[in-house]
Each structure stands twice: as C-alpha cells, then as structure tokens.
Design a protein around this ligand. Structure first.
Ligand code: ADP
Ligand code: ZN
Length: 290
C-alpha cells in the first residue's frame, strides 16, 4: 500500500510517503504558516506522489466526532489562523482519498503500539513534554477519544511548597503544562530548558510534577507502559528521577509486575522520533480497513 502521513504541528508540518509496514520512503518538513499558504503545499506534495489514503495526526484541540458538522476541524487553538479550520475537509476535497485523523499524541502512541516497543500491549500512554504537554491513550485496540479527546497534559497537580512560580497555563495556571512544559521551565528559571542541564534542582522539581501526573494516569487507566517524549525529555536524567518518584507516590498500593521493572515501564520513545509519522501511516491503513 502506498500511504501518506502528515504530522501537523504548530510550527511544522511533516509530510511522508510510506507503507503499512511502517517503512518511510521519503519525508519533508514544511513550516506551518497560515492555511492559505501551507495547505496548497501539503496538497501538492501528496498529489504529486499519489497515495491510497492519508493519515493525519494533528495539533489541537480538534473535532474527532464523525457525526459532528465540525468533524476534521482544528477547534479552539491559540493559532488563530487555524481556528475552526477544516483540515480534513481541505485535504479530502483535493486528494479524493480516505483520510484518517487523530490528535498528534494519539498518532505517536499508535506508532509505538503498532511498530515500536509497545507492540502487543493493550493499554499504553504516550506523553509529550515540549512546548506544551499532551497525552495520547491507546486502549483495547483503539485510540481513546471519549467526550472530545483526552487532555492529559492539563491535569491538575499539587504545587511544591518551595516553588514560587505562578504557572503558565492560560486556563488553569498550575496544571502540568502550566508548571512543567518547556516555556514554564524557561520562565521559572530565566533560561532555556536545554541550558539548565546541570542544575539538579530544576530536574528534581520537573520530575516531581511529571511523576504526580503519571501517578494519576496509572491509578485511573492502569497502563501497561508509559512512553515519554518531547523536547524536555531530552534531559535523560529525568527518567530515573521520575521512576523513583512515581514508585514513592504510589506507596506500594498498586501491585503489578510492570511496576517492579520501572526501567521498562516508564520509557523514552523508541522509533527515532518517527513514532508520530509512523502512527500516521497506521491511521491511513486503518481508515482503508474501516
Ligand atoms: P513541540 O512541543 O513544539 O512540538 P518539542 O517537543 O521539541 O517541540 O519541544 C520544544 C520545547 O522543549 C521547548 O520549550 C524547549 O525549550 C524544550 N527543549 C528542547 N530541547 C531541549 C533539551 N535538550 N532539554 C530541555 N528542554 C528542551
Ligand atoms: Zn492547563
């Protein structure tokens, strides 16, 4: 099968051609400008190459309810030019092929479950910690949507008593994204996150907040694996800290084999940053398979 993959992000659009085995034949990155400028470039890319179906994993929030007139739209994004823009409609009209559509993070978890380290697992969470925080959830063979789609990056967390930072989320101030995404780290400490690598107090606090959120997900969804990606997780020292703090926060209450091997339970992404685009290939395949 010749499948198209589009990872639609707030800063760049990654377009690729591949197949149902997860092989990627070619890939390009196009800056995200306004729909007027960017959409014709995306359409041209896929039209010239010809695809049987396209999978789109998109920044959000997005409308995933196929019964809604807004299905396929990016909804309340702060990127105003894309607000209420029907990205699926625009692509489908031009390409005349089936289009699979989901959130960017659901794309990533699908890539990991189909082609990566989470293959064969039934319940997996992928959390990205970058410019924002977002969570994709795979459960019993499908991506979790529910009422709209999960917004796991905005779970509320308890602020540590020694942290005077007020929080950056415009909706909740001190949710996980407001306290632990890259921009929050930068504002709290006055330097870019990548330049704070040797400041142990930065990563101890960061791990505290991430661990609180993961503990909540573990208690609610009982995932078999938690995958952490995004720019902030390039700080590899976070992994052992997070694992240790999650174990502490769980307090021995949940008994599971997975929790005895934390190094294989809370893990970095496994597909060399291609988990999202590979997930798009699987979204496209699933759209054809129905
Ligand atoms: P996006 O979330 O926009 O898709 P990224 O996942 O790359 O993109 O996240 C970007 C954020 O990650 C920025 O806030 C940046 O400060 C932070 N970041 C990028 N690289 C690193 C690094 N090596 N260490 C810590 N933070 C980083
Ligand atoms: Zn929030």
């Amino acid at each position: 099968m010749r499948l198209g993959a589009l990872e639609a992000g707030g800063t760049k659009m990654v377009c690729a051609i591949g197949d149902e085995t997860g092989r990627i034949f070619e890939q390009v990155s196009i800056p995200t400008q306004t729909p007027d400028v960017t959409m014709p470039k995306l359409i041209e890319y896929f039209k010239e190459r010809g695809v049987e179906a396209l999978g789109v994993a998109c920044f959000g929030p997005i409308e995933l309810d196929r019964n809604s007139p807004q299905y396929g739209c990016i909804t309340s994004t702060p990127k105003l030019a894309w607000r209420n823009y029907n990205i699926v409609g625009g692509l489908a009209d031009a390409l005349q092929c089936p289009i699979g559509f989901d959130t960017d993070v659901n794309g990533s978890v699908l890539g990991e479950v189909t082609f990566g380290q989470a293959k064969g697992k039934n319940c997996v969470i992928y959390l990205t910690i970058g410019t924002g925080v977002g969570g994709g959830i795979y459960i019993d063979g499908r991506l979790l949507h529910g009422m709209v789609h999960p917004e796991a990056g905005h779970v509320l967390i308890r602020k540590r008593s020694d942290d005077t930072y007020e929080g950056k989320c415009p909706y909740h101030k001190t949710c996980l994204e407001g306290m632990a995404a890259g921009p929050a780290i930068e504002e709290r400490w006055g330097r870019k996150a990548a330049e704070l690598a040797d400041r142990t107090e930065v990563w101890d606090l960061e791990a505290d907040y991430i661990a609180q959120a993961l503990t909540g997900y573990i208690l609610t969804l009982s995932p078999e694996m938690i995958i952490l990606g995004g720019g902030v997780m390039h700080q590899e020292q976070l992994f052992p800290l997070i694992r240790q703090k999650v174990t502490q926060l769980l307090g021995g209450y949940v008994q599971a084999e997975e929790l005895e091997d934390m190094e294989r339970y809370i893990v970095p992404a496994s597909l060399h940053d291609d988990q999202g685009i590979m997930g798009c290939l699987e979204l496209a395949r699933r759209e054809i398979a129905g």
